[in-house]
Structures are given as structure tokens and as C-alpha cells.
Design a protein around this ligand. Structure first.
Ligand code: GLC
Ligand code: CA
Length: 542
């Protein structure tokens, strides 16, 4: 088995982790200073959102130089030190790679837009309008705005599948592909273990620029953007050439070693996700599966998800389990901010077969802030400044991503130890930092943080949970709020019980060897009856 099939991933949003030079923005030396914290928690792999040179309009997902570090984060030397320090701790480092688009301030785009005969003109996607004032075709962007942007100078339109200042590169031009591959090589040469690939399913568009077909769907489904606003985005998302590109990038990594890996941000149904993974496992090594972003707190939901993943992604496929990231509401806000429920979700995430991806702060139960759109720094919030939040919630769209990006809460001092008390952090620290912070939770043995630690320790010490098989038990049908699954390997066999209900349960169990782990109040009686209090869970070795 490869290391990435058994790893655990911690995501850092670098602006918000730790500020070491009192400018209110997190930085690379800040991450280095906290590596031991992540190591002690028990994570192996760290994925860091982009910190390359960028005007920062989409907070560094708009890159103007891929081989330089943005000075607000540090210097190239800091990035190299970061890689070394992570490897020194026997951990892995994954950089974020934005292949789809650059910033409109990237020198390539500046050249490209300067004239129709500039050699870089074709590096981006330029088209004439159908007539004066008319867009080249009906393509809307992933965020459901017109994807075409008019450029007066040359009287043409450029395509951007995200925000207008993020022009899409034209991968049908071989020079572009070569240039972006060179950038990946640059970082691979410096030792990064892999890349998280930003909106990888957007990279290729229809070569003939055909209109997207009509769809009856207006509101997108929660886990995919590929049908919305009366459009099936077949010509702008998940184009078959994207699946081929996945294989090309895979081979590029293999030139280094078969130990480097790719984690793709793609969306779509399982048929599409599997195409990205490749029929011969020769595409992206892992893709984010976003079902847990829209979880329901019920045994049924998790049972169905596990059954589906075991059926569609049997070994050597490796599912990923993700509750949140820098684009989504924090998961604890979806469960009444109840740490006991959060512990159960963590129990699931670390004991299911697959790769847990944890967004910084989830381990302490950090909550979303409630910064209104009009005060948002996030460009998506700014574009929707006066969109009513209740309506957005109803539609299931998350508009002010500042709310999930507030500074990490390290302790109970002013600014939560993220920066000095006298400094103004780039986003205000969440109000609840006096109770929800690392220092406090480390001292409380029943805290959410200590539960994460215990779960990671348990998983790291148990190869059955890292690489064993999973079977969803059906013998407990009478308990509709109880989720039970088996993890087993040649050596060992375990049953995981999770009580999603607010009621105590009394369950018959047989052949128990020992209690391996508990979350919440549980009791195993001598007569093989298992008592599970409301919102508790247990792992039994059998
Ligand atoms: C991805 C990133 C998001 C970013 C967008 C454009 O969805 O996760 O934060 O704004 O791509 O790069
Ligand atoms: Ca700083």
C-alpha cells in the first residue's frame, strides 16, 4: 500500500494560522512554529492553501507568480525550510496548485490582453462576441455568472470559470501545458510530496465553443456545480480532456517517484469522479468527496454513504472524508455547535475506510463567525453584498467565506494567540475563543481536541483502521439511530458503534475481546449487553 492510501490530512489556511511578524496575517514561519502541534495531534500530511505571489483578490487563489512566495507569507527560503521541517518530522507536505487560471495581474495575462498578435494571446481563452455587445456563447461560470468578460482594448472576451479577475488558461495551447508542468516540476524538485489541484474539472472546455444545453434545474445540487441556472455545463466542466490531463499529471509525478500524489478538487457524480481517478488508477490519486459537507446527522445518512462508497470505491480505491474547508460553513455549525455530536463525527471520520481531511480548527470545534456579506473581504461575499443570508441558506449556497476563515484560536489572550493583542488581525477572531482554544482544550481531558488526539493515536496504532476492510453491519436494524460497521484485517476485527440519537441504547453484542476505544458514556456489561448513552460511540475488538 502507498502511504497516501492510509494517511491523514490537515488543511491549513495560511493567512489564518499564526502571525509571527505582527501584521495581522498568518505566515510561513507561523506554520513552521506550529508543526509540532500538528505532529502531536497525530496528522501525517499537511495541505496548505496557496501562498504564492498574488494580488490577493481571491486570497491567493489568483496567482501572479507561481515560483515566488508572496512577501506577506515570507520568502522562498521559508518555503524551503517548511518543506525540510515537515520532512524532518516524518510528515508529508502537499502544496495547492491552481492550474485552471492565473491572476489577471500575471505577466502572461498582461501580455495576452495587450494585443491580438501578442505571442501569449492564445495562452488564455479569447473570443469575438457574436455581435457587438453580445457574448461569444452562453457559458456561465462555476459561480453562475456570465463566464465571458469583455476587454475593450481588443474588442474581444476572455473566459473565466471562477471570478472575472481569474482568467482561465488555454490548455489547448501546448506551451501553456508545458509552462504549468514546469511549475509543478519546480516544486517537486524542492521536495513537495504532492499537490491539491484546484478546480481541476474546469481546465478543458469544448474546443468548438458550443453552447451549454438547457436544463430545467435552476438551483445547483449540493455536491456539484455542473447543472444550475438552467444550464448543463457539459462544455465547461468535466470535459473528457480533463480526465486525460489527470493521467498526464500523474505520469509527471511518476517521473519523480511513485510516492508523490495528487488530490483533486473536482465535483460531479461518482461516474465522473471515477473517471478522474482513471480506469487503471492512473489518474488523480485521490479526489475530494464532498458528501459530508452536506451531511445529515443521522445513522441512515452515514450508513448509506458507507454502503455507497464500499460498493463504488472498493479497495484499491480510497474514499476521502471531508467535513469542511476554506469554502464551506464549519461543520460544528450544522450540529447545533454541540461538541458531543462533533466527537461522533470525528469518530466516524477516523474509523471509516478512507482518508480523513481535517480543516484547521475543526479539532477544537471552531465555529463560523457571522460577518454579513457587505462587510466581507471574500470577493464572493462582495459580489453578493446585499443578497439576503436567509435566502442563501435556503438555497444552500455559502456566500461569505470569511466566516470559516477566521484566525486559529490558540489560547484565551486577546486575539487568541494568533497575533499580538495590539495587532488587528485580517479577520476578527471568533467571539468564542475564550472557551474554544487549543490551550484550554488540551487541559480538559474530555475536550473535542483530546478526542481528536485519541482518535488519531488509535488509528495510527492500528493498521486495521488504516488499511483494513469495512463492512456495514445489518444485524442492528431495530436501532434506526445506531450506525454499526466492522473493520477487519487478517490480524484483527473490530465493530464500531455510533449512537446518533439523544436516547440511551441497550444492545446485545457477542464475542467481544475488549473495548478498544470509547467516545462519550458507554458501558459493556458482563452479560454481553452494551449500553450506549445518547451521542456516544464505542469500538469493540471482537
Ligand atoms: C477553489 C478554491 C476556492 C477558490 C476557487 C478559485 O474552489 O477552493 O477557494 O476561490 O477554487 O481558485
Ligand atoms: Ca504575518
Amino acid at each position: 500500500m502507498k502511504w497516501w492510501q492510509t494517511t491523514t490530512i490537515y488543511q491549513i489556511y495560511p493567512r489564518s494560522f499564526l502571525d509571527t511578524n505582527d501584521d495581522g496575517i498568518g505566515d510561513l514561519p507561523g506554520i513552521i512554529a506550529k508543526l509540532d502541534y500538528i505532529k502531536d495531534l497525530g496528522f501525517e500530511t499537511i495541505w496548505i492553501s496557496p501562498f504564492y505571489k498574488s494580488p490577493g483578490k481571491d486570497f491567493h487563489y489568483d496567482i501572479s507568480d507561481y515560483t515566488q512566495i508572496d512577501p506577506i507569507f515570507g520568502m522562498l527560503d521559508d518555503a524551503e525550510r517548511l518543506i525540510r521541517e515537515i520532512h524532518k518530522r516524518k510528515m508529508r507536505i502537499v502544496f495547492d496548485m491552481v492550474l485552471n487560471h492565473t491572476s489577471d495581474e500575471h505577466p502572461w495575462f498582461k501580455e495576452s490582453r495587450s494585443s491580438k498578435d501578442n505571442p501569449k494571446r492564445d495562452w488564455y481563452i479569447w473570443r469575438k462576441g457574436k455581435s457587438k455587445d453580445a457574448l461569444p456563447n452562453n457559458w456561465i461560470s462555476m459561480i453562475n455568472r456570465p463566464g465571458w468578460n469583455y476587454d475593450e482594448k481588443t474588442d474581444e472576451w476572455y473566459f473565466a470559470n471562477f471570478l472575472d479577475f481569474q482568467p482561465d488558461l488555454n490548455y489547448r495551447n501546448p506551451e501553456v501545458k508545458e509552462a504549468m508542468f514546469a511549475i509543478m516540476r519546480y516544486w517537486l524538485d524542492k521536495g513537495v510530496d504532492g499537490f491539491r489541484l484546484d478546480i481541476f474539472n474546469s481546465i478543458y472546455k469544448d474546443a468548438e465553443f458550443r453552447d451549454n444545453p438547457f436544463s430545467l434545474r435552476f438551483i445547483p445540487t449540493p455536491d456539484s456545480q455542473d447543472e444550475a441556472f438552467f444550464q448543463k455545463k457539459i462544455h465547461t466542466l468535466n470535459h473528457p480532456d480533463c480526465f486525460e490531463l489527470a493521467k498526464e499529471v500523474h505520469s509527471l509525478l511518476d517521473e519523480y517517484s511513485s510516492e508523490r500524489f495528487l488530490l483533486g478538487e473536482v465535483s460531479g457524480n461518482d461516474v465522473i469522479l471515477k473517471k478522474f481517478l482513471g480506469e487503471k488508477h492512473d489518474g488523480l490519486h485521490l479526489v475530494f468527496q464532498f458528501e459530508l459537507i452536506h451531511f445529515q446527522f443521522s445513522a441512515n445518512f452515514f450508513r448509506d454513504l458507507l454502503s455507497k462508497n464500499e460498493a463504488i470505491y472498493p479497495y484499491p480505491y480510497t474514499p476521502t472524508y471531508v467535513y469542511g474547508n476554506h469554502d464551506q460553513m464549519r461543520y460544528i455549525d450544522k450540529i447545533d455547535r454541540d461538541p458531543n455530536k462533533a466527537k461522533l463525527l470525528a469518530l466516524f471520520q477516523f474509523t471509516a475506510r478512507g482518508i480523513p481531511v481535517v480543516y484547521y480548527g475543526e479539532e477544537i470545534g471552531m465555529q463560523d463567525s457571522d460577518i454579513p456579506n457587505w462587510q466581507g473581504k471574500d470577493p464572493i461575499a462582495q459580489q453578493n453584498a446585499f443578497f439576503p443570508t436567509p435566502l442563501a441558506n435556503l438555497l444552500g449556497v455559502y456566500m461569505n467565506r470569511d466566516n470559516c476563515r477566521t484566525p486559529m484560536q490558540w489560547n484565551s489572550s486577546i486575539n487568541a494567540g494568533f497575533t499580538t493583542p495590539a495587532t488587528k488581525p485580517w479577520l476578527t477572531v471568533n467571539n468564542y475563543y475564550p472557551q474554544i482554544n487549543v490551550e484550554y482544550e488540551l487541559s480538559d481531558k474530555d475536550s473535542l481536541l483530546n478526542t481528536y488526539k485519541a482518535l488519531l493515536k488509535f488509528r495510527n496504532g492500528n493498521s486495521t483502521f488504516q488499511s483494513g476492510s469495512l463492512f456495514v453491519e445489518t444485524n442492528y436494524k431495530d436501532y434506526s439511530d445506531l450506525l454499526v460497521y466492522r473493520r477487519y484485517s487478517a490480524e484483527k476485527s473490530f465493530l464500531v458503534f455510533i449512537n446518533f440519537s439523544d436516547k440511551d441504547l441497550d444492545i446485545k453484542v457477542n464475542h467481544v475481546k475488549q473495548i478498544a476505544l470509547t467516545v462519550g458514556e458507554t458501558k459493556l456489561n458482563a452479560n454481553s449487553s452494551l449500553e450506549l448513552a445518547a451521542y456516544s460511540g464505542i469500538v469493540l475488538e471482537i
